[in-house]
Ligand binder design. Structure first.
Ligand code: SAM
Length: 240
């Protein structure tokens, strides 16, 4: 609905995300960076009508528009993209920052399955959404219209660097005991390869003595950075 007087719009979420990412911390900064990340999108009444998704299963990828509900509503014209180490400032509309007017997010995700047995639940992969994210709309992705590999991409011309990730014997034992062990290993690898540590930790002198934790699915992944001959990698110490 729209409010004529104030020129404002009221949007109602059509559903909510249940995600492999319980927290914002650790989530890669764009959906394609962790293809192993799983989520479900369960539509809420009155949008949970199977008729509303008829034909959707024929598409492999979807655009989701959603609200950065865990971001503050205040915004500033300049933001510091983490990609640039948190130093350089760019206009908010020149970035994909979560701190923006209207807090609208846009993510391209893989559609794995459409389940209409009890309402509507979409099974998704390769997303960048925290658990509980309210979704406003779904649109099928049209590769012929929207894939533009030659497009100029400003301060983010290529994917961010990806670090090697190693696992301790204890971590491997934990993974082997799980039915989802292979996909969880892949998810951990993809998340840690992005080096989720805050920028000010990455540059710290004693950074290798610190221990970090990131929650993925139902586990807490304990890890720390290792630098050997100037090459950084991430080591998974344990999964608890
Ligand atoms: N692909 C989307 C876009 O471009 O609009 C999101 C990009 S944004 C840079 C990605 C980050 O948003 C993730 O790393 C995560 O920390 C954060 N995030 C994900 N879901 C969120 C939510 N519901 N509220 C606030 N922040 C969220």
């Amino acid at each position: 609905s729209s409010d004529e007087a104030s020129n404002a719009f009221t949007l109602t979420p059509i559903g909510r995300i249940a995600s492999d990412y319980p927290d914002k911390f650790g989530i890669p900064r764009q959906p394609g960076l962790a293809s192993a990340a799983r989520a479900t999108l369960t539509l809420t009444p009155p949008f949970d009508d199977p008729l509303a998704v008829r034909g959707l299963e024929a598409f492999s990828h979807l655009w989701l528009t959603f609200v950065f509900h865990q971001s503050p509503t205040r915004w500033t014209p300049l933001v510091r993209p983490p990609r640039l180490g948190g130093n350089a400032k760019h206009g908010v509309f020149a970035t994909r920052s979560t701190h923006r007017p209207n807090r609208l997010g846009l993510s391209l995700v893989e559609l794995v399955k459409v389940d209409t047995r009890d309402g509507v639940t979409l099974h998704l992969r390769g997303h960048d959404l925290v658990d509980g994210t309210p979704v406003l709309d779904i649109k099928p992705y049209l590769a012929w219209a929207e894939a533009l590999p030659e497009a100029r991409s400003g301060f983010a011309p290529a994917p961010p660097p990806s670090l090697p990730v190693t696992f301790s014997a204890a971590a491997e034992t934990r993974l082997l005991a799980r039915r989802d062990g292979d996909s969880l290993r892949e998810l951990i690898r993809q998340v840690l390869a992005q080096d989720p540590r805050p920028a000010y930790h990455k540059n710290a002198q004693n950074s290798s003595e610190r221990r970090y934790g990131v929650r993925l699915r139902d586990v807490d992944v304990r890890f720390y950075p290792i630098t050997t001959n100037g090459i950084d990698s991430m080591h998974v110490e344990d999964i608890v």
